[in-house]
Ligand binder design. Structure first.
Ligand SMILES: Cc1cc2nc3c(=O)[nH]c(=O)nc-3n(C[C@H](O)[C@H](O)[C@H](O)COP(=O)(O)OP(=O)(O)OC[C@H]3O[C@@H](n4cnc5c(N)ncnc54)[C@H](O)[C@@H]3O)c2cc1C
Length: 477
């Protein structure tokens, strides 16, 4: 099946009948009709439909090297710098349709899988590693436009470096059985965003493993027997796009994933029982450069949207004469142009990597990945500082349909228009920065790619300062 349509995506997800629990109850019937999921599933379906838009089709797809079918561009393994540009443009077309608020639009995981499949040389001839399985899964996903969720980390039980799990029943998922057909996994993993509304689940160990049974990588269909997705509370306020302009459409659920003696056939295992590989594969693969290239491309679109909201607030209450207001808007402009420059620099300085693919510059993207988790919370602060009490003067849609409509339109008017228009704008700003959906967006941008503290220390240890230290030595001598 070539590039998916929205309807095909919805039908596929509904048919899976994945075991999803929310608020202590299993989801029954079509998940695409459930209040917690219908908005995001519709938004995701709209992305797939764009692949068939006559004006965008060739920007969003490419001809598969094996079947020649048109397949999603985010699966493209780049061979040239032009390919990196094609990938970025595709990512930004999709991101613009949701203003970068869907951190897990399928291009994210498609890129992760493409990056891992582009690093299979690291698994070649290693004990208990199956690089061909990874390639086959990548090709299967590409040809069938499979969407994925993933879980890379273990439950947050005890994060001291000395911690070793001593529970009789596994807490962190581990291999509890191996036989001629595959492995058996029991325990839990965190934190699958979009869990329950994807075709497949990718599970990879990401370092710090001391026991063989905790080191593995595999992919399985979301409805595999024994796999359960346990959701947090839904942050969808309601269906009203007036009241909840963002959460009604883009609320991506996060789930704990529980494996109850789940059988994973060998053909879906990428590695197992190999502590060194479990600890270094993700770090030494091209996961970081390719994935962060996708991430920053999306974050640029999101930053443009935030600048648009900030400027709309400034215009609506006419505060642009104040220097601190100009300075705050400039902070967003500076961040936006910095991100744009970083992504372009990563493409200009791209080089062919050891797998033979055109890899955007890793260090540049590491910088970008260290910038955004700290500037994003500042964006939300700026919106709050500019919006002030306006972010609380936000009556609901029903209030505007009631007998007090006239008063609301009069007393809540802005310098530009009636109360209803102003409230729509401020509800948008509130949903972005203050609702449960908005505060999750902030936590997401802080953490989804890993702990920012450890990302900074990775940058520090990988950055070569020898030449600069030598210059200091020279002058001292
Ligand atoms: C909204 C959201 C969505 C997410 N989606 C996904 C997903 O789809 N798939 C997925 O796999 N993951 C996902 N994550 C998880 C994400 O990868 C983790 O949040 C991130 O790796 C940090 O791990 P943690 O949350 O367990 O924090 P912890 O590691 O428990 O850290 C907690 C605190 O302790 C400190 N700390 C702990 N250990 C150390 C250490 N060794 N050195 C220094 N400081 C330390 C941290 O700095 C932090 O302040 C998501 C996270 C969020 C918030």
């Amino acid at each position: 099946m070539p590039a998916l349509t929205g309807k095909q995506y919805i039908d596929r997800i509904d048919q899976l009948k994945t075991d999803v629990w929310i608020d202590g109850k299993p989801v029954k019937g079509n998940i695409s009709e459930h209040p917690a999921f219908k908005g995001i599933i519709k938004s995701q379906a709209a992305l797939y439909d764009l692949q068939h838009d006559k004006d965008l089709k060739y920007a969003l797809t490419y001809h598969s090297p094996t079947t020649k079918n048109l397949v999603g561009m985010s699966y493209l393994q780049p061979k040239t710098k032009e390919d990196l540009v094609l990938r970025r443009e595709m990512i930004q077309h999709w991101a613009r349709s949701n203003n970068g608020l869907m951190g897990r639009s399928p291009d994210y995981m498609n890129t992760v899988l493409m990056a891992l499949a582009s690093s299979v040389h690291l698994l070649k001839d290693q004990k208990n590693c199956f690089p061909d399985n990874l390639i086959s899964f990548y090709e299967y996903a590409r040809e069938n436009d499979i969407c994925m969720t993933h879980t890379f980390i273990e439950p947050q039980v005890n994060r001291t470096q000395m911690y070793v799990e001593r529970s009789n029943e596994p807490i962190a998922a581990k291999i509890v059985g191996r036989n001629e057909n595959g492995i058996i996994v029991k325990g839990a993993r965190l934190l699958a965003t979009q869990g329950g509304i994807t075709d497949e689940l990718l599970v990879i160990s990401t370092g710090g493993k001391v026991e063989e049974g905790n080191g593995f990588a595999f992919a399985i269909p979301s409805n595999t027997k024994g796999v359960r997705f346990i959701c947090r509370e839904s942050f969808v306020g309601s269906d009203s796009t007036f009241n909840y302009p963002l959460s009604s459409k883009y609320e991506e659920m996060d789930c704990l994933v529980v494996f109850d003696n789940v059988f994973i056939p060998w053909e879906r295992v990428f590695f197992y029982d190999n502590v060194p590989v479990s600890n270094i594969f993700m770090k030494s693969s091209s996961f970081l450069p390719f994935t962060v290239h996708q991430v920053v491309s999306r974050q640029i679109v999101k930053t443009e949207f935030i600048l648009g909201i900030a400027q709309s607030i400034i215009d609506s209450i006419n505060i642009d004469e104040y220097q601190h207001v100009q300075e705050k808007a400039s902070e967003i402009i500076i961040a936006l142009e910095t991100l744009k420059a970083l992504v372009l620099k990563s493409e200009v300085e791209a080089k062919i990597d050891k797998g033979g693919w055109m890899q955007p510059d890793r260090t540049t993207l590491q910088i970008a990945m260290n910038v955004f988790p700290s500037i994003y919370p500042r964006f939300t602060e700026i919106i709050q500082l500019l919006g002030a009490s306006g972010l609380m003067s936000i009556p609901t849609e029903s209030a505007f349909q009631s007998p007090i409509r006239k008063e609301l339109n009069h007393y809540l008017q802005s310098s530009e228009g009636i109360g209803e228009d102003r409230v729509k704008l401020f509800r948008l700003a509130w949903d972005l920065t203050m609702s449960a959906f908005g505060t999750r967006q902030t936590l997401y941008e802080r953490f989804f790619f890993g702990d920012p503290i450890r990302l900074a220390s990775q940058l520090y240890f990988s950055y070569d300062t020898d030449e600069y230290v030598q210059r200091v030595k020279d002058i001292l001598e």
